[in-house]
Design a protein. Structure first.
Length: 218
């Protein structure tokens, strides 16, 4: 029966021409046999091994190799929010780096070093009479070149992870967040600059962090 799966237990033969029998096992292996009538059988039972299969109707599916990166991403997705939330609850020393403009106070409360990463605990306070819509918060490394032609070079530092990043800070409210950056250090002619930019407005706040705070985190 080509359409319905069934078991074969006994085949009754009649005189006639040679024929063939195609058997498909439940695991997809295919066997082919030539059938011919014979008055007396030399052997009644045959045990067929898998090596005698002529093919398989179910294509083999190669198992995907173990993906360490997928596991790492899953681990990071659990670790970062938990650790950042823990840092925000801790009563640690405040490094005292802050700036206030237009009634908006931007403060880096602490810098923590953990697992080759720097965690910046940041606080934004809105003491103005208007809500503050956050456009972006960026970190730059500034290099100060001395001499006759003084100049500044800025290099953007992209975060690995951001936690509790706000879209809006309503008037009278204070909001904390955490920025995670890869570990780095700064020479004496460099400093870290934090820029908070307002969306639909120009109340931008800048904060400059000396290299001593970056090179000596908690």
């Amino acid at each position: 029966n080509r359409d319905k799966e069934q078991y074969l237990g006994l085949l009754q033969a009649k005189r006639g021409e040679e024929s063939n029998l195609l058997v498909v096992n439940t695991d997809g292996s295919v066997y082919s046999f030539i059938l011919k009538y014979k008055e007396k059988l030399d052997q009644l039972n045959y045990f067929i091994s898998k090596t005698q299969s002529i093919g398989n109707q179910i294509p083999s599916i190669k198992q995907a190799p173990f993906q360490e990166k997928s596991v790492q991403k899953f681990t990071d997705a659990l670790y970062y929010p938990r650790f950042c939330a823990y840092l925000m609850k801790q009563e640690r020393r405040t490094i005292g780096v802050r700036n206030r403009s237009y009634g908006i106070k931007l403060q880096v409360k602490n810098i923590i070093f953990e697992n080759n990463e720097l965690y910046f605990v940041i606080e934004i306070e809105n003491k103005s009479s208007l809500d503050y819509d956050v456009n972006f918060l960026d970190f730059y490394v500034e290099t100060r070149k001395k001499g006759k032609k003084k100049s500044l070079q800025k290099l953007l530092k992209s975060p690995i992870y951001t936690y509790h990043m706000p879209q809006k800070i309503r008037k009278g409210q204070t909001h904390q967040l955490v920025y995670v950056l890869p570990k780095f250090s700064l020479a004496n002619d460099k400093r870290l600059k934090v820029e908070l930019h307002e969306k639909y407005g120009e109340r931008n706040v800048q904060l400059k962090i000396k290299n001593k705070h970056i090179n000596n985190p908690d």
